[in-house]
Design a protein around this ligand. Structure first.
Ligand code: FE2
Length: 377
């Protein structure tokens, strides 16, 4: 894909359709019933809608889970000839669809495909007794897609084909408010191409960029560029590996995912201490941070509202930029392959992504890579 001139980018930023936010993120999984239990029990999500044999869906089963504005759909196939199986065979459980709520699905599809996005599903109407929803889908990176969902005055609990579920007896929310950002890992030298794709096709702007000098440890390196929509509700950091002494964690991801894919979803909380206390009590495992990190914390980030002892005990990371500070922590991978994980983030003014923590974090990831025997090239 060629790089566009600034004039072209300006013109294309005038969107003929509106992206109102992320409607849901759909994961393809081998066993949706068990995955749903994990995300409900472990992360406090509420199961609120279901699609499957009992609702007339003969091909696949889907569990829709939510916590405030975060909506996840876990979908598994019923038969071996399902295209979902092809995805699972290649990538394992992981994110398939980052679905956007739009004002006009047809215009979103026409505009993005005219600008070079590959069509996956043409605009079509799905309906049930609660009304109609218009949906279309285009490809993003690897086997990740973006669906456009136009709901109009649809009255159902989620989407046509889904039945509401009575109050979830398991769900115990941990404080997730909404998705803060979703990170995509690319292969070697694919970052610029994807940044240009989001810029040209969706009108997303380059938000922050780091080079491999910013994000490198003694051994491994990566490059990252963040693209974001106008109101900054959608932020996609795009990573690619960079050359280091040992194998980049991005390269490890792409090897095990067998291509580009979603590396992590960052979930926003307004009280990270309570959120992480609850997650730890639920048995969720987090990336560890060396003790030395907390010895130097006060001198690195200055005064914070939280007690350093608490932050240290929970292994929460802190970073400051010129607008404030942020607190964050990363789970260990959530699936068998070393691919997908979650970030928990609280922002106190800071709009960045924890650049000051990257080194500490990546060294922690490298320790896990070393345990897996995948650090050496
Ligand atoms: Fe992140």
């Amino acid at each position: 894909m060629e790089v566009q001139s600034p004039e072209t980018l300006q013109q294309q930023a005038q969107q003929p359709f509106k992206i109102l936010g992320i409607h849901h993120v759909e994961f393809f999984v081998g066993n949706a019933k068990q995955a749903a239990y994990f995300y409900r029990r472990g992360f406090g999500f509420e199961w609120f809608a279901y699609s499957g044999l009992e609702t007339g869906n003969r091909n696949s089963t889907s569990y829709a889970l939510r916590q405030n504005e975060v909506v996840f759909v876990l979908t598994a196939p019923y038969h071996s000839n399902s295209p979902i199986y092809e995805f699972l065979q290649k990538h394992g459980d992981g994110v398939r669809d980052i679905a956007f709520l739009v004002d006009d699905a047809e215009k979103a599809y026409e505009t993005t495909t005219a600008r070079g996005a590959e069509s996956v599903v043409e605009p079509h109407v799905v309906e049930d007794e609660n009304g109609q929803v218009k949906i279309a889908t285009v490809r993003a990176y690897g086997d990740i897609v973006h669906s456009f969902i136009e709901k109009g005055d649809y009255q159902g609990v989620f989407l046509p084909g889904f039945q509401g579920v009575d109050k979830d007896p398991i769900a115990d929310p941990v404080g997730f408010v909404r998705i803060d950002h979703i990170v995509g890992n690319m292969g070697w030298n694919q970052m610029e191409e994807m940044v240009n794709f989001y810029n040209r096709v969706f009108g997303f702007k380059r938000f922050v960029s780091f080079d491999d000098k910013d994000i490198s440890t003694e051994y491994t390196a990566l490059r990252s560029t963040v693209v974001a929509n106008d109101n900054l509700l959608i932020k996609f950091p795009i990573n690619e590996p960079a050359e280091g002494k040992k194998k980049s964690q991005i390269e490890e991801f792409v090897e095990f995912n067998e291509g580009p894919g979603v590396q992590h979803i960052a979930l926003l909380t307004n009280d990270i201490v309570t959120t992480v206390e609850k997650l730890r009590a639920n048995g969720i495992e987090f990336m560890d941070t060396p003790d030395a990190y907390y010895d130097t914390l006060p001198s690195r980030v200055g005064a914070i509202d939280e007690a350093v002892d608490t932050i240290r005990r929970l292994r929460i990371l802190v970073d400051r930029d010129d607008q404030g500070y942020l607190l964050q922590i990363f789970t260990r991978t959530l699936v068998d392959r070393p691919t997908l994980f979650f970030e928990i983030i609280q922002r106190k003014g800071a709009q960045s992504f924890g650049k000051g923590n990257f080194k500490a974090l990546f060294e922690a990831i490298e320790r896990e890579q070393a345990l897996r025997g995948t650090l050496d090239k």
